[in-house]
Write a protein that binds this ligand. Sequence first.
Ligand SMILES: Cc1ncc(COP(=O)(O)O)c(C=O)c1O
Length: 346
Amino acid sequence: MRSDKEARVYLKEVIDRIPRIPLAHLPTPLDHCPRLSKQLGGPHIYLKRDDCTGLAFGGNKTRQLEFVMADAQQKGADSIITGAATQSNLCRQTVAAARRLGMKPYLILVHGVKGPLMQGNLLLDHLLDAEVTIVEGDDFAILPPLFQQKADELRRQGRKPYIFNLFNDTTSLAAVAYVDAFLELTNQLEEKGLRADYLYLSAFNITPAGLALAARFLDSDIKIVGITPAKLPEDRPTDIARIANSTARLLGLEVSFKPEEIINYDIYVGEKYGVPTSEGVEAIKLLAEVEGILLDPVYTGKAMACLIDHIRQGKVKKGETVVFLHTGGTPALFAYSSDLGLSPQK
Ligand SMILES: Cc1ncc(COP(=O)(O)O)c(C=O)c1O
């Protein structure tokens, strides 16, 4: 039987074998939110502040980019291609990482809900001087062939492009970052003498996959609760379990997941990805008012709305301890002023 400590040391060792470039300010703080706990009359709530990873306003993708950009550098890339919606946090952080490493960033963005509005993340993409192309629609699935076209065009010019594609194997490399983040959190909880019952987060797939893998390997009984920000063709547990399994293979860990072992809620999305819900806006305002902490309208606001709902329903009980992973996304707030009821001009 290996001890907890041995398991952590081993996990750190296997993570450290994967090439990595430091981009994030780590460890991110673990902040106690006593006023929020009191206001909700429920559990002890802590925020793991991955909104403070530091790269061009930070967020969870910065951790992931440490591994992805190392891979790009090893492959000799001089340019990075990625894409999502115009208010994408992934894109903003990728562009900033590319600039930090002297690579040229190219974005192909679907119009989505906010389109070419020069605010929030899109404004920062331009400020970081990415080449931005916006295409009609809001389905990310149209992007991979466009990434390939762009890569071919750059290759014809003698460039060496690297595609950060959320639909291929880069995902397991990116998920290693959240295996590492779970270790970081475990150490912080131990230092504070805490035992957490739950870890809530906004989750597409990569972040919860890494967390789930580390939690399983370390035999942690913390329940990881993901809240999806979008309705997607494939159910989240299937996608997350697949990425957790491919990440386990990458790290050489004998761990395997079935979709039914992954907890993920898809009922807090509201109308669709990128459209705020009234409960999400309520959550943003509550955190701002009682803790001076900013959430975002697309991801963390909706995830916090789920946690609040679960506390109100008694699913998460008084006396229990919850860590909420703040995955960032706050620059999008500036593109959402009217959705927040705060139009600059009436
Ligand atoms: C603020 C924020 N939270 C959560 C997520 C979901 O992260 P992942 O795709 O790693 O699950 C994203 C991804 O774009 C994000 O920008």
